[in-house]
Design a protein around this ligand. Structure first.
Ligand code: PXP
Length: 243
């Protein structure tokens, strides 16, 4: 079953609502790991709307599992990644006005830049991933650019209902198999919650799920420990698909 990486951006969102010190995403990361999370994911956005540079520095020191940094493909972010050395980087598209990452990266349009920057990150010992829609073109571009992982965008699946959801799940499975065939490792995330996570957790070749909003939202009501454990239980109870 895939490993759970908890995205703690929204702990920082609550802190930034008052520009104060609480709740501290660093404390949240400790609690997530104690509750069984395999990794911690943060998105250092260019506008610093939630996670701050200070959070990244401290998290680099205290996270015991995998620290995964989502970031835009910019000189500033590449420099920060090379300096702080998270365990993994996931390149995401970024628009200032969006509420959250709305689509995958158009990896074909950015292929040259990806091919230049991903090896620099890999040489620094950082696992490289690119957030893509579950479509052949961006997956092929990631393979050509030398990415180690793709993270498949599960947002359309999460937002769909009924037959459309089934079709989106099928699209994710086809994409996971294709990425694997091209030699890429596969992660998935976005919009996953307690009700929709199991079919994605059961997809072939998916190694890691990045889940944020649903866990932090539930944690407000039941506490972070219970929220993380419950998500882990759901992932572990998913029925694996035929390889
Ligand atoms: N994966 C990526 C690449 C993301 O950008 C995000 C949102 O920051 C997530 C996963 C987590 O999405 P959600 O908060 O909807 O679980």
């Amino acid at each position: 079953m895939p490993r759970l990486h908890v995205n703690i951006d929204h702990v920082a969102t609550v802190r930034q609502a008052r520009r104060g010190v609480s709740p501290d995403p660093v404390a949240a990361a400790v609690l997530c790991e104690l509750a069984g999370a395999n990794g911690i994911t943060i998105h250092l956005r260019e506008d610093r709307r939630h996670i701050q540079d200070r959070d990244l520095r401290l998290l680099r020191e205290i996270v015991r599992g995998v620290l995964n940094l989502e970031m835009a493909l910019t000189d500033e972010m590449i420099g920060i990644a090379l300096e702080t050395r998270p365990d993994a980087v996931c390149i995401v598209p970024e628009k200032r006005q969006e509420l959250t990452t709305e689509g995958g990266l158009d990896a074909a349009a950015h292929e040259k830049r990806l091919a230049a920057e991903l090896p620099r990150l890999a040489e620094a010992g950082i696992a490289t991933s690119v957030f893509v829609d579950p479509l052949p073109e961006p997956i092929e571009a990631c393979a050509r650019a030398g990415a180690q992982f793709v993270e498949l965008h599960t947002g359309r699946y999460a937002n769909a209902g009924g037959a459309e959801r089934e079709a989106e799940l099928q699209r994710l499975e086809t994409a996971a198999r294709y990425a694997h065939e091209l030699g890429l490792r596969v992660n998935a995330g976005h919009g996953l919650d307690y009700d929709n996570v199991q079919p994605v957790a059961a997809l072939p070749f998916v190694e890691e799920l990045n889940i944020g909003h649903a866990i932090v939202a539930r944690a407000v009501l039941v506490g972070l420990d219970a929220a993380v454990r419950e998500m882990q239980d759901r992932i572990l109870a998913a029925e694996p698909a035929e390889g």
